[in-house]
Ligand binder design. Sequence first.
Ligand SMILES: [Ca+2]
Ligand SMILES: [Ca+2]
Length: 625
Amino acid sequence: MSAYMRSGLRVLAACLVAVMTTSVAAGAEPVDRELIPEGRRLLEYLRSIEGKKIIMGKQRSGGGTGPFEQVLHITGREPALRGCDIAGFHPVGSELYHQVLRGAVADMNWWWLEKGGIVNVLYHCGNPMHPEGTAWKNRPKDSKPPDIGKMVAPGTEEYQKFHETLKYTADYLEQLAAARVPLLFAPLHEIDGGWFWWTDLETPENTAALYRQTFNYLVKERNIHNLIWVYHAAHVSWGPHRSQIKKEHNRTPTLEEEAEYRRRFYPGDEYVDIVSMSTYVSRDVYPDWGWGAGWEDARQGAYRLLQRIAPGKPLAINETPHPIHPLVAQQQKLAWLWSRVWFDAPADWQRYTYNHEHMITLDELPLLHDGNVAPNVRIEWPIDGLEAGCGEIDLAGFASDRNGDLESVRLYVLSQPWLEYSERDDRAIKEAFAGARLLGEARLAAAGRWTITWANPSTGFHQLVAMARDSQGLVAHSNVVRITVGLKNLARGKPASASIHQEPNEPTRAVDSDLYTGWWAGVPDKAKGPQWLQVDLESERTIGAVSVLWWKAYATDYTVQISRDAQTWHDVGQIEGRRGYWGDSDVILFQPVQARYVRLYCRKPSVTWQTYCVNDFGVYESIPE
Ligand SMILES: [Ca+2]
Ligand SMILES: [Ca+2]
């Protein structure tokens, strides 16, 4: 970008801020009146999509959450909002604590400044009275939760220790403020639930005061002005109102009664920019509201509750296990600003949601700061798992750069298996695949379309990735697409069975052509001893090779067996002491034989939390060596 254009952008940004200052008079003035312009721009953008679209968010890995990067490989798109933490579940002030926070700060800087995405922080403040513990209420074991009433009373030991703990966090938030990274900041996560130390179920007003104290310390005392303040209610509150209503009326609280209790945690409109909630289904707790009817009903209930807690504030889903259903969200007219997903979801569900026009992904975000951001790129054809014939393949996809300086899209054939379960930034990707073979540079066309022809693909297995580069050298990688060329997988779509399976991961999922679904044998307690997965080719065929794409839980020892009648089995291949598997597949070649049934006989699992998971089981006449 030229110097002229850069200064032009700055002028434009200044105008934007000026315009925003006028429009905020209409009710969107941030609660921190000194919020940095980047934060105001973000807040203004959020207001602009309210009721129109929903931002896709995802928690980064750690703390049992699903991998962030896998979304790109499954859907071709990246979440626009990245969930982080600025405290972590580590003893406050320890070396590990600082290490984790340094990493978190680097990650947030990268996501906002280089990727141009939105950063969302769930702040799990460590227990000030037990620095060796965590944010959980009863850790360390047998410890008493702190007295929140004392913690909000100046002069007490609790008050002093809370501020000491907060200081650690403030020091890191300050770094992000200096880098001009605005944060959607949710302190006292799930404020009214009852499982974190800050929730005073008996006197919720104390917790509300603690929120205000956090605000006053960070904003007024420390002058940290990059925070958009997000109130975060829990999906359920274990307050005494519940047992009281049960005792007096023998029922669960009504929506109004629930709201009345929950409102006591709310610190006041002047401390909250956005109101959010975790949404999980809780059948036994909220049958009256239709929470038991499914996830979307749960979200509708959450929406109504939040409207009663803080009328007029914009609303968000700050934690939910799976992506929201776009059609239901549209039908219910729920104006969620974002939906931040905590765990994984089935692959087809993710593909549908991330590619739905109602949902905003990273490539669809406007440019929210004046710097350079990395491009976005995806491969749309071939699709993952495709069986391509021999001869040339036309590849196609999408690429863009949100500050308009896309320079090139190059296609590579990977030299090693894609490690899809590890989180890496684009720099790490570049290094990891420095040895990948360049297929060529794509032709860029209008509307972000690109195409390239692969003239002579060799017969066998291939993994493709696209790298987009901008004029300032930032590189982004696409989803990885795994295809076979010139091989007919005889098992695909055929009847499959197994000795055992864990619902809903049926054996047919190993032959369904989706490389992100699979057969799971189950946990070791249920799937004791050897287990097998079998495919019926429906007629006798000549076979000379099988491929096994494992998920994380693979067999270290297993045998490939064939049969003509599913009664008598012959071993044709054996793997012993398989180690270090992480996202790649085995290919086993043997002397061609006639058979109708092929079986994978698994004898030893590799991990303790699951036995065997096969995402794809392939059977071939032959594979060239
Ligand atoms: Ca760029
Ligand atoms: Ca599958």
